[in-house]
Design a protein around this ligand. Structure first.
Ligand code: BGC
Length: 345
């Protein structure tokens, strides 16, 4: 079968190749339909991180999946024909206190694996397998937009944690900021508007589909950092300057959730004393959030089902057939989400 693989930590090693179909007794066997491309994939391709499965030099990439079940073990709860998305992170083998309870997104020893990223093959393949407990059924009515489930699960987790922190006070957040209007920021804005919040999105681009997609949610689009105070901020760029501005924009008692990774590309200084006093004196919270567990995938599936289908389709700005697979990994100015389509059926 055809799969897209690379040698982790080796820039330029990406290729489409023929590899044996995965064997997996007791697994769901799934026809890969589509895979979304995100910043993490580009970092893998640039050799910045990633790890191949034990004893191998190459990794099948792709962590934003959509597939159709070909075979399902009896009693698995799945049937051939079901549309499914594969769960990215799998628990560490120890397991730590979080992984033992199915909260692998909160893994405490770092020994988790991630499909298409860390020590486990991903979903950029014509056929993939997964244990039934690591597949999430999605409604066929979502069509290709169901490939947005994995990134949406990451935001469903971020918002769930914002909600639990917000439960510490009698007042409820009213105004939210989202920084960055890429797929992550747009999905953050969707979930914010679904919570009935007044959502503001900051992104430096004023061209392309982003302003329209934000306004279609009833949210406000800013190309200059808004000089307002926010009860909640979801930082989705990882760019140090924007992180700093997001933290400084928090109202007293405000909650700032960081979801982006900047790496060494975005160094900036941050005054720890100012941060300390702002957090202590006015009860601000700044926290980070990564990945998602099954609860968040299910919450994300509900959020996508409740969203306007045309709006979700508008997030997928490029569908690239397997024959032109390299194009899926190019970054184009008007891209929101590029999706590599393995099988149109
Ligand atoms: C994925 C997450 C993953 C994270 C870190 C993100 O792109 O969506 O599932 O945990 O990268 O590897």
């Amino acid at each position: 079968m055809r799969a897209i693989t690379l040698q982790p930590r080796s820039a330029g090693s990406l290729r489409l190749e023929d590899i044996p179909e995965p064997a997996g007794a007791g697994s769901l066997r799934v026809r890969g339909l589509a895979v979304g491309v995100c910043g993490t994939d580009r970092e893998l391709i640039e050799g910045e991180h990633g790890e191949a499965p034990a004893g191998r030099s190459r990794l099948v990439i792709g962590h934003e999946s959509l597939g159709r079940v070909l075979e399902a073990p009896a009693g698995s709860g799945f049937s051939p024909g079901d549309m499914v998305v594969g769960v990215v992170r799998h628990p560490d083998p120890v397991p730590c206190a979080s992984c033992a309870l199915g909260e692998w997104d909160m893994c405490r020893n770092g020994l988790y694996t991630e499909r298409g990223i860390k020590q486990a093959d991903g979903f950029c393949a014509e056929v993939w397998t997964t244990a039934p407990g690591f597949a999430v059924r999605v409604s066929g009515s979502l069509g290709l937009a169901a490939v947005l489930l994995e990134p949406a699960s990451v935001l469903a987790k971020a918002w769930a944690h914002v909600d639990s922190i917000a439960a510490r006070t009698a007042w409820r957040p009213r105004r939210a900021l989202v920084t960055g209007a890429g797929p992550v920021g747009l999905l953050a804005a969707l979930l914010g508007t679904q919570r009935g919040l007044e959502v503001h999105v900051y992104d430096r681009h004023d061209a392309g589909p982003k302003p329209r997609l934000v306004r279609a949610l009833g949210a406000r689009y800013h190309t200059e950092f808004p000089s307002l105070e926010f009860d909640v901020a979801l930082e989705c760029t990882g760019a140090a300057k924007v992180v700093r501005d997001a933290v400084l924009s928090a109202a007293p008692g405000g909650i700032v959730c960081l979801t982006g990774l900047g790496g060494v590309k975005h160094r900036a200084t941050f005054d720890a004393a100012t941060l300390n006093d702002a957090l202590v004196m006015e009860n601000r919270v700044v926290f980070g959030s990564v990945n998602a567990n099954l609860r968040h995938y299910r919450a994300a599936a509900e959020a996508l089902a409740a969203a306007d289908r045309a709006w979700l389709d508008g997030l997928i700005t490029r569908k690239v057939p397997l024959a032109r697979w390299r194009e899926a990994y190019e970054k184009r100015p008007d891209d929101v989400k590029a999706v590599l389509v393995f099988d149109e059926s």
